[in-house]
Write a new protein. Structure first.
Length: 467
């Protein structure tokens, strides 16, 4: 017998929820990453909620991810995290796309690499960007509503931008989520952010920096906001939040399906809503933005901002800086986490990645792909025996670690595992767990020279280096 119950999502960052299922002969506890108030689970009397949380949180947390390390950082966590020595299997997913990327053909001996601590003085970091202005600065987005500057391991005292008064961050998937620097930032001083407002809705806005100011005195003016786009959110989770200027100089935006669980409004498969999508807009033309003429719905049939759909919560996505190929990490429902891929020629548009008809490569519940056209399957997936909330990363194209060239590096928030994924060409993909960090991996980032960083929600910033 199973009973209806309450969601625990607001207590667990970037996660579906904890569900306790009772049957005649066993109790099953699941941890999945987004909240659904009506999914089957434990019944809780709201008047006794606080007592239940205090008494049961430790049990629930430990039970929800039984096969993976605790993602919470412990005080004694070393400043250097080396490659895992566990005998994890190598996964070779079925291919759907190929690329001409110059890539490593196999993984080097990962024992020679480590995640080295850069700083541990951040507050709930969820994103990182660089200005590509030669300053060497790292701009770290803090969930509550600030952007902090890190240079040579030192956090600047004053925030680069502070909009805490506008940001709603009470939910774990809410807050200031995204940051992108205009390709001409050195000339125009424009930055773009994605945040949740006090009503829980998505705001895409531009802020201005005085570009002629000395580097150490550059700050974004909190009063310079120009709102480009606002999107109503029906639930507090599945907000996406990534912003990136693509190689085409367009601004790309990720939005989740609107939240709850199972996509109750069918937003993922609807092209009449911006939810559950990757958007593509032109911030240099139009007011407040223009629609690129090669967007698939430029001439009608769907909302013109849409580039790709069928996504649940594309928390992170990125472009390969060498090839222009697009990698989208989509957080799963209760079984599968996935990496989606499109080659830079984008010859398969409009791209439909299948949610909520499919979760990963598998039918979702009793969903059937019939009538939904050619659904694009992920090039990689992993089950909830290895994690429960994928955190997308970047294809390594840096200078210091040439053996990793072309490897897509990504992780999982719940387990702290870090994977590498190689596009071997001819439709072959090779995925392998590289590190067991024990961290709550909220994001990855890239420095100006292509080196890769890892953000731990507990306040730490790491850089991947050779020992």
């Amino acid at each position: 017998m199973e009973t209806e119950g309450l969601s625990f999502a607001q207590y667990f960052p970037f996660s579906n929820q904890c569900i306790i299922k009772l049957s005649d002969n066993r109790m099953k506890i699941q941890f999945q990453l987004k909240n659904i108030p009506t999914e089957k689970g434990i019944s809780v009397n709201r008047s006794r909620w606080n007592i239940f949380i205090l008494a049961g949180m430790v049990i629930l947390l430990s039970a929800c991810v039984p096969s993976t390390p605790n993602p919470t950082v412990k005080p004694g966590l070393p400043a250097t995290i080396t490659a895992t020595q566990e005998n994890f299997p190598t996964v070779v997913p079925d291919p759907t796309e190929t690329s001409t990327a110059t890539s490593a053909l196999d993984f080097p001996a990962m024992e020679q690499y480590a995640w080295n601590l850069v700083t541990d003085g951040l507050s709930q970091p969820v994103n990182m960007a660089n200005a590509n202005d030669g300053s060497g600065r790292l701009f770290v987005v803090e969930k509550e509503g600030m952007i902090m500057v890190v240079k040579e391991g030192i956090i600047r005292t004053l925030p680069f931008l502070d909009i805490r008064g506008k940001v709603g961050s009470s939910g774990y998937e809410q807050g200031l989520l995204g940051l992108a620097f205009h390709p001409d930032f050195r000339e125009n001083g424009y930055i773009y952010v994605d945040y949740m407002d006090r009503n829980g809705n998505t705001v895409i806005a531009r802020y201005s920096v005085e570009p002629t100011a000395p580097i150490d005195n550059q700050y974004a003016d909190p009063n310079s906001e120009m709102i480009l786009l606002q999107v109503d959110q029906p639930f507090p989770n599945h907000n996406g939040g990534q912003l990136i200027f693509g190689p085409d100089r367009m601004l790309w935006i990720s939005l989740g399906d609107g939240g709850s669980g199972g996509d109750p409004y069918g937003n993922g498969q609807s092209v009449q809503t911006l939810l559950g999508k990757i958007l593509r807009i032109d911030v240099d033309n139009g007011s407040p933005y223009g629609i690129p003429q090669d967007n698939p719905y430029f001439s009608g049939g769907g909302l013109p901002e849409i580039w790709a759909y069928g996504l649940r919560n594309p928390w992170k996505f990125s472009f390969d800086s060498q090839t222009g190929d697009l990698y989208i990490a989509d957080v799963g429902q209760n079984q599968w986490e996935e990496v989606n891929f499109l080659t830079s020629d984008f010859n398969n548009l409009p791209a439909n990645f299948g949610w909520n008809v499919r979760e990963g490569k598998h039918p979702y519940q009793d969903g059937s792909p019939a009538g939904y056209g050619n659904l694009i399957e992920p090039v990689f997936e992993f089950g909830h025996d290895q994690g429960c909330s994928i955190t997308g990363g970047f294809v390594y194209r840096g200078i210091d670690l040439p053996e990793l060239n072309g490897i897509y590096i990504f992780g999982d928030f719940c387990s702290g595992l870090v994977w590498g994924l190689i596009n071997q060409g001819n439709g072959q993909w090779n995925g392998k767990i590289l590190f067991e960090t024990g961290l709550s991996i909220s994001s990855f980032g890239i420095g100006e020279l292509g080196e890769i960083y890892l953000l731990d929600l507990n306040g730490r910033l790491y850089r991947l280096e050779k020992k």
